[in-house]
Design a protein around this ligand. Structure first.
Ligand SMILES: [Zn+2]
Length: 141
């Protein structure tokens, strides 16, 4: 049976209405099972690594200009963030063999700002801790 136009519209409205709730539920579920979630993600990535890498490269090649435009917009939107990053990048060298200051486990490869108004106050962190900090989870707890 083919859905009529009204039925389709009703379904779409319902979908939009439930969307926010659904996203919140999924985010909560993800937080509750963070370890499991990360583990599954890693397994999935390891299994299809080559495919993901090629996909990413292809995407970048096809959308180079668009990506650059988006970057420019981001820089205009958050000038302080990008100038802090740039300053830190130019003047702070990550010490060799330095371990991540948060998990003390992986090598530190990134500089993390907690306050962009102090561009030279950085923590040396690993990529995954930086990512976790980015989404607002306090990894010290
Ligand atoms: Zn770390």
């Amino acid at each position: 049976m083919k859905a009529t136009k009204t039925q389709k519209q009703n379904m779409k409205a319902l979908y939009e209405k439930n969307r926010k709730e659904r996203l919140e539920y999924m985010a909560k579920k993800r937080l509750d099972n963070l370890e499991l979630f990360i583990k599954r993600n890693r397994e999935q990535y390891a299994k299809h690594r080559e495919k993901y890498v090629t996909q990413k490269k292809d995407y970048y090649r096809k959308n180079k200009l668009l990506i650059r435009e988006k970057e420019k917009i981001e820089i205009k939107k958050y000038p302080q963030k990008f100038s802090a990053r740039w300053k830190a990048c130019k003047s702070i060298v990550i010490p060799k063999d330095k371990l991540c200051e948060i998990c003390n486990n992986k090598p530190a490869i990134q500089r993390e700002h907690r306050d962009y108004s102090k561009p030279l106050e950085v923590q040396f962190v690993c990529a995954s801790c930086n990512k976790r900090l980015g989404v607002g989870i306090n990894v010290n707890e």
